[in-house]
Design a protein around this ligand. Sequence first.
Ligand code: ZN
Ligand code: ZN
Length: 356
Amino acid sequence: MEPIQKLCESLGAEECAVICSNVSRRFLSGVPSSAGTLLLTCESGTLYLDSRYYEMACIKKERGLLPALLAVEPAVFSEAFAALCQSGKYKRAYLEDQRMTYAEWHAFEKKYPTLELCPLENRVDALRLVKSADEIRRIRAAQALAEEALTATLPKIEAGRTELFVAAELEHYMKLHGAEDASFGTICVGGKKSSLPHGRPEDIVLEKNSFLTIDFGCKLEGYCSDMTRTFCIGRADEEMRRVYDTVLTAQRAGLAAARAGVKGCEVDHAARRVIEQAGYGEYFGHSTGHGIGLEVHEAPSFSPRYEGIIPAGAVLSVEPGIYLPGRFGVRIEDLVVITEDGGENLNRFPKDLMEL
Ligand code: ZN
Ligand code: ZN
């Protein structure tokens, strides 16, 4: 059953849900837009769009690409909804409390005083946890394209190039080959800067015998990819190798622990234990992984605090790292589709230390 239908069927006869966030509206309707409102009732969904998006949505509807119960209207939502409220059709409306501001909630309350407003909580996000085969296909394709970009860029990476050059080459390749965009600002940090887990690329020249960490991804058909590799430009010394091997062992331990039915924190512990036992525990400050889909970071999570059960069909990253301030850092990240008996790694790109 389509997610929009599940949500509609969970509503009572005098209830409605008003979906205003771009990401939830897109997920439920299949129509990407930066504005619009999706109104759901127990039996139907109506997507209100302005002229910037209406025609595109109608074309998708004609081609059978939108959910069957969804109607598309060129109307202004607030006017249409005011009329529906006046007719006494709805007594209760669910709003996206987690994706709207306090001011927006109160403006809604003031505008439609006859309605009882209730928080929708995470009911849409919960529907996004388990990906459909089509969503997994899109993430897989996005990850494959990112890997292709990295393979094509690798021969151009050498001492004397800048971080920005490498980032631009990757993004250029991905867009030339069909990506809508990068899935987030490409992280490309060399030398001492590789100790910054989310450092931004700058006009800084890459130096010989130093690490370069690249964390990047692209969006294809709305879905994100995300991967990280750390390379050595020139030769790695003994400590650089030790840190690299520790991160790689931790990442493999995390991947091995990832399966349906485990708590998210158990996968984090599996990876973190390896890093702690090697004596680098204090230098791994972030979570082991995050869910990915329409957003680059979404539920569920491989965080030390995530007690939720990871379901089959969820897609998450496994990305431990070690960051030695002022010296260097290493992170290795793959995406995994959770299955009953383990996880399918969406990455093919090698992980053993490469000296470029
Ligand atoms: Zn990443
Ligand atoms: Zn990530």
